[in-house]
Design a protein around this ligand. Structure first.
Ligand code: NAP
Length: 343
């Protein structure tokens, strides 16, 4: 058995010298190196920005979506959407473990990988089912976890689909839990979506009774999801691609004070400026959205003279899976809604 690099560089085919995530093509031979784990994949949870883009490209046709997905994996050896650069994650069962892999896994364990599909060697034999509403795709296939790859054993007290959908966005509520301080004003853009709802819950918990949590959403329908669970103090129906209107509405709601923290959870491009303008000077904007454009955010903030801290949406922060699953355990309504919508 060949020995592998902990970061999986041994699988990079091109360009040489890069890590598996930025690589264009990786080796998806399902024969493990000595520090890898082989997984029988059950379901892929495609990143929302990626799935939305593929669905649009396919004109909503399921057979076309299948073709695009198979084409991506065939070409790249992984499911890295070439148009968004993003991936998603998967659940499956551990089939084989390399003798040098360090971790607490055993064959037969059901796990969710917490590293992006954009770097995970993947082979799809067949696409069995696509659930477009929740970006989940059941497949017959296999994947490889590198030594450095994060994973979570699926909890016994939550259904698999529920855990998968929440863990896909685990970085967002966990970062929210760390960023929000008591008494702060927090805006969650895309608050009625999957990661948005979890962020609202954490933000309200951390901001406390003296804080203010604002949920901004594109449609009344999405806003209703947050409203029915009473997850925010204020609800705003607005198109965040319209920066000026969003800014005016946030100015009004906050009596001109703007927000200490803005969390961007949308799945469409061009919402950078609404986020930046809604934030106070010296406040923080956390761009969890994969549709965020670094250039637009950086030059846009400079262009309007805003001194804000901007955080790139690292999908990982310590304890992210525990914090996220705990949200569902703590809030019965949130858990039921997630079960209904995403599981
Ligand atoms: P989601 O459930 O699809 O939620 C996105 C929400 O944004 C929806 O409620 C949507 O409303 C709303 N929205 C769309 N356009 C809007 C607009 N113009 N103005 C205001 N709201 C708008 O997505 P998710 O699963 O929570 O993911 C959110 C983002 O995080 C995506 O970009 C995803 O790619 C990214 N992500 C990042 C990481 C990471 O590691 N950083 C990991 C996973 C996902 P409608 O439904 O009404 O359109």
């Amino acid at each position: 058995m060949k020995s592998g690099c902990p970061y999986g560089t041994h699988r990079v085919i091109s360009p040489k010298g890069v890590l598996p995530q930025p690589a264009d093509i990786i080796d998806n031979t399902m024969e493990i190196y000595d520090n890898e784990v082989l997984i029988d994949v059950k379901t892929l949870n495609i990143d929302s920005a990626s799935f939305t883009e593929i669905e649009k490209r396919a004109g909503g046709d399921l057979e076309e979506i299948k073709k695009i997905m198979l084409g991506i994996v065939e070409k790249a050896g992984k499911h890295k959407n070439p148009w968004t650069g993003s991936g998603g994650m998967l659940i499956g069962t551990v089939k084989e473990i390399g003798p040098k892999f360090q971790g607490d896994l055993k064959v037969g364990d059901k796990i969710a990988t917490l590293v992006s599909l954009s770097l995970t060697p993947l082979k799809i034999e067949q696409i069995l089912d696509i659930r477009p509403k929740i970006d989940q795709v059941d497949i017959k296939g296999q994947a490889i976890l590198f030594q450095s790859g994060l994973y979570a054993k699926l909890p016994a007290d939550l259904p698999e689909g529920l855990a998968l959908s929440a863990l896909d966005v685990a970085g967002a509520p966990a970062q929210t839990a760390k960023l929000v301080k008591p008494g702060q004003t927090v805006l969650v853009i895309g608050g009625g979506g999957k990661s948005g709802l979890l962020c609202l819950y954490e933000a309200k918990k951390r901001a406390g009774v003296t804080g203010k949590v604002i949920c901004a959403e594109y449609s009344e329908q999405a806003l209703a999801k947050a409203k029915q669970l009473n997850l925010a103090d204020e609800y705003l129906c607005v198109d965040a691609t319209d920066a000026v209107v969003t800014y005016e509405k946030i100015t009004k709601i906050t009596n001109g004070e703007l927000c200490d923290l803005v969390i961007n959870n949308v799945n469409v491009p061009n919402t950078e400026m609404a986020s930046i303008l809604s934030c106070k000077d010296d406040g923080t904007v956390y761009f969890f959205s994969m549709a965020t454009n670094f250039t637009k955010a950086a030059l846009g903030a400079e262009g309007v003279g805003k001194d804000v801290n901007m955080i790139v949406g690292n999908g990982y922060t310590k304890g992210h899976s525990e914090i996220t699953l705990q949200c569902l355990r703590e809030h019965q309504g949130l858990r039921e809604l997630f079960q209904e919508l995403y599981a």
